[in-house]
Design a binder for this molecule. Structure first.
Ligand code: AMP
Length: 395
């Protein structure tokens, strides 16, 4: 299939899109329809000359927003649509052509991702209504981690909770970990070992990947487990919930809200969830910002050290995501916390590898694991998986 793929990432009040041609170097039309459902819905993005545009949306629902997105595609027609779907449960282990049965199965997994899957399905419904003739493909955030062995995905809970309710570790950010580990393999041509990948953005997760297979990852049943994130706590003592309920009388909704939206970098610093702002504040002596950065980096390193157990040998570490791609400070602190890995950071290369640059930032000692910064491309990966599925070859 040589036509462009329209990649859709649909939230409850937003649609992120990108039109991706078969030629990876062709310019991308991409943008965001936001505040859908409100009176100030807007569409903004970049046109084919890379010029930004922004305009008010006349209608405010998902179908109208998609119509406006289509109007903005400068006459190009997609040959297929690739949808980012957050949770595929155990059923979906790879990209899948969408039909009624697949929609019903995604609805069934909504219990595991009540905020995300129904919103993703709104995008599927709207695009099926608008382009009934086009093939639509679901690409799941969880699918890449379906290769985890039971020792990595099972919680030490009663078996019935797994068997009857699907309570296990699933992992997320799969398209990102898949993309950067595949790229690291292509850049390095090493054999036998594996990569630790660190996706550090507003959401953060690590993964251990060997030969294109995810062997362990830091997120679990939900995207709350694992690392410190922008506003999410990551790992806490599982006894915390009952402690807060008993001592402070907090209802579950409040605990959930605090752990998901009031914790992480924001909670620790008392200032902001944004790493760039935290770095500036820390530089000026803000103690909360300094602590937030310290905890964040230590927890990334601790998670990488833990996940290294999944690999027979460490080929290297890959940093990606808004923080991983742009913060030499965070990368340096993470590496400094792993002296026993024998890493050698090239500080000049580290400082220079920012703003979307791909680069190797280790000192190139032949025996040392490699350190890569690889800008992630989740949309590109979704388009590629969509294309490969429709072309009949496995991704
Ligand atoms: P993402 O969710 O991948 O878009 O990443 C968002 C995070 O990346 C936010 O915490 C930003 O502050 C952070 N980020 C972006 N640029 C920089 C930068 N130059 N230095 C530090 N953090 C950055």
């Amino acid at each position: 299939m040589n036509d462009p793929v329209l990649v859709i990432n649909c939230g409850s009040s937003s649609i992120k899109y990108a039109l991706i041609a078969a030629d990876p170097d062709a310019p991308r039309l991409a943008g965001l329809a936001e505040r859908l459902g409100g009176s100030d819905a807007r569409l903004k993005g970049l046109d084919s000359r890379g010029e930004p545009f922004e305009r008010a949306l006349a209608g405010e629902d998902h179908v109208r927003a998609l119509e406006a997105i289509l109007d903005g595609l400068e006459g190009q027609r997609p040959g297929a649509v690739g949808h980012r779907i957050v949770h595929g449960g155990e059923r979906f282990t790879r990209a899948t052509l969408i039909d009624d049965a697949v929609v019903a199965a995604i609805e069934e997994t909504a219990a595991l991702a009540p905020l995300h899957n129904p919103a993703n399905l709104q995008g599927v419904a709207a695009t099926r209504q608008l382009f009934p003739e086009l093939p639509q493909v679901a690409v799941f955030d969880t699918a890449f981690h379906q290769t985890l062995p039971p020792r990595a995905y099972r919680y030490a809970l009663p078996e019935a909770l797994y068997r009857d309710h699907g309570i296990r570790r699933y992992g997320f950010h799969g398209t990102s970990h898949a993309y950067v580990s595949t790229r690291a393999d292509a850049l390095s041509s090493l054999e036998g070992g594996g990569w630790l990948t660190a996706h550090l953005g507003n959401g953060c997760s690590t993964a251990a990947v060997r030969g294109g297979r995810s062997l362990d990852t830091s997120m679990g049943l939900t995207p709350l487990e694992g690392l410190v994130m922008g506003t999410r706590s990551g790992d806490v003592d599982p006894g915390l919930h009952s402690h807060l309920a008993r001592r402070l009388g907090w209802p579950l909704e409040r605990i959930d809200e605090v752990l998901n939206r009031g914790s992480g970098l924001l909670g620790l610093s008392g200032l902001t969830h944004d790493m760039r702002e935290l770095e500036a504040a820390a530089e000026e002596g803000h103690a909360g910002a300094q602590l937030a950065i310290e905890v964040f980096c230590y927890r990334v390193a601790k998670s990488l050290a833990a996940l290294s157990c999944a690999l027979p040998r460490l080929d290297g570490i890959v940093f990606t995501g808004g923080i991983g791609e742009n913060s030499p400070l965070v990368r340096e602190k993470v590496v400094d916390h792993l002296p026993h890995f024998g890493l050698g950071l090239d500080r000049a290369a580290n400082a220079a590898t920012v703003r979307g640059r791909e680069g190797r930032i280790d000192g190139r000692h032949p025996a040392a694991p490699r350190l890569w910064v690889i800008p992630t491309d989740e949309e590109g990966r979704i388009a590629e998986e969509t294309r490969q599925l429709l072309g009949g070859t496995a991704p």
